[in-house]
Design a protein around this ligand. Structure first.
Ligand code: ZN
Length: 333
């Protein structure tokens, strides 16, 4: 009971850590994470760092505009500091600044990275947004199962035609939404996910006779944020009679198309290595590109590139390469 109390307190006041209520479990987790993640390694995943002697590194600061590096990282002290804008701190504050996260989210991200298990209260299971992500993740698994059923043959045939093998299909979590009205709704109900929750998650709509699936008889392409959480779907037609060719999840509390770049979760390391990112038009172009062994690729999902998307990419590189179709639409984009 005490443990639950402490964790509910942690949620409402994350900075109570180490305060008079001394949250031992969270303190343990925080310390364990600190022991496993080196500040220089972590920051090097985001910035191009250069050795600066005595276990220190320097980089161009991501938090203010500058040409010569005044952002320093000290491995021995496990801290970072920018002499230009005076920001600084530890691994947790770096993630909070860099990813625009609150402390509990940063704790969760680093715990995952470090392989440290957090007590469930800090994961914010009762948090509305993480519930919506969980439901989208659940739907992804359901669609993957349907892909393997007899009804999923139409989608499997399409994947064979595109020469997308099992490895690629599971890497991108591709699936199939059956040609029924409640294929997802029914499975969700068994798992105690209500119709209204599916509507909120962008996966169902309110019909005259109740809640019905939003996506029917389509190839399901999960849309993930740059941490790899599924937040929505693009659904491609399989029957040429169906319109439109591509259908996206509506905007929800977790899915905002102007803030997502398809494939970024799988491209981060490759982008840093190649020192550039290739932007393509369609999500399946990203899959095709991985098939060809080129992984520093993202898709803007049929929208003009937004400032938020460019902001996301800027964390990894400042060189953008556009690879659009050489047709009128491509030039316009
Ligand atoms: Zn700075």
């Amino acid at each position: 009971i005490l443990r639950e109390f402490y964790f509910s307190r942690l949620k409402s006041d994350p900075f109570c850590l180490g305060g008079q209520y001394g949250n031992l479990h969270a303190m343990d987790a925080k310390e364990q994470i600190r022991e496993k993640i080196d500040v220089a390694d972590l920051i090097n995943e985001y910035l191009q760092t250069k050795p600066a002697g005595q276990g220190a590194f320097k980089a161009v600061c991501p938090f203010h505009s500058e040409k010569t590096p005044s952002f320093y990282i000290s491995s021995p002290k496990q801290i970072w500091h920018c002499f230009g804008c005076d920001k600084g701190g530890d691994i947790f504050s770096f993630i909070m600044e860099m990813e625009g996260m609150e402390f509990p989210e940063a704790l969760q991200l680093l715990a995952q990275k470090a392989g440290v298990e957090l007590p469930k209260y800090t994961k914010g299971n009762d948090d509305k947004k993480s519930r919506l992500k969980d439901i989208n993740g659940f739907a992804e698994k359901v669609y993957q199962k349907y892909l393997k059923t007899a009804g999923g043959k139409i989608a499997r045939d399409y994947l064979v035609k595109r020469e997308f093998g099992d490895g690629l299909v599971s890497k991108f979590g591709l699936g199939y939404s059956p040609d029924g009205w409640t294929s997802l709704v029914d499975v969700a109900r068994q798992k105690k996910i209500g119709g209204q929750e599916l509507v909120n998650a962008g996966l169902a709509s309110q019909g005259r006779k109740g809640v019905i699936d939003k996506f029917r008889n389509r190839l399901m392409i999960p849309l993930r944020d740059h941490h790899g959480n599924t937040v929505g779907f693009t659904a491609r037609v399989l029957d040429p009679e169906d319109k439109p060719k591509y259908m996206n999840s509506p905007q929800t509390e977790v899915y905002d198309k102007s803030a997502i770049l398809y494939g970024l979760d799988l491209a981060k390391t490759a982008i840093k290595k190649a020192k550039e990112v290739v932007i393509v038009e369609g999500n399946l172009d990203v899959v095709a590109s991985h098939k060809a062994g080129v992984e520093n690729v993202v898709a803007s999902s049929g929208t003009a590139l937004t400032e938020r998307q460019i902001g996301l990419l800027k964390r990894y590189t400042s060189t953008l390469v556009f690879s659009f179709d050489t047709d009128a639409a491509g030039f316009a984009a």
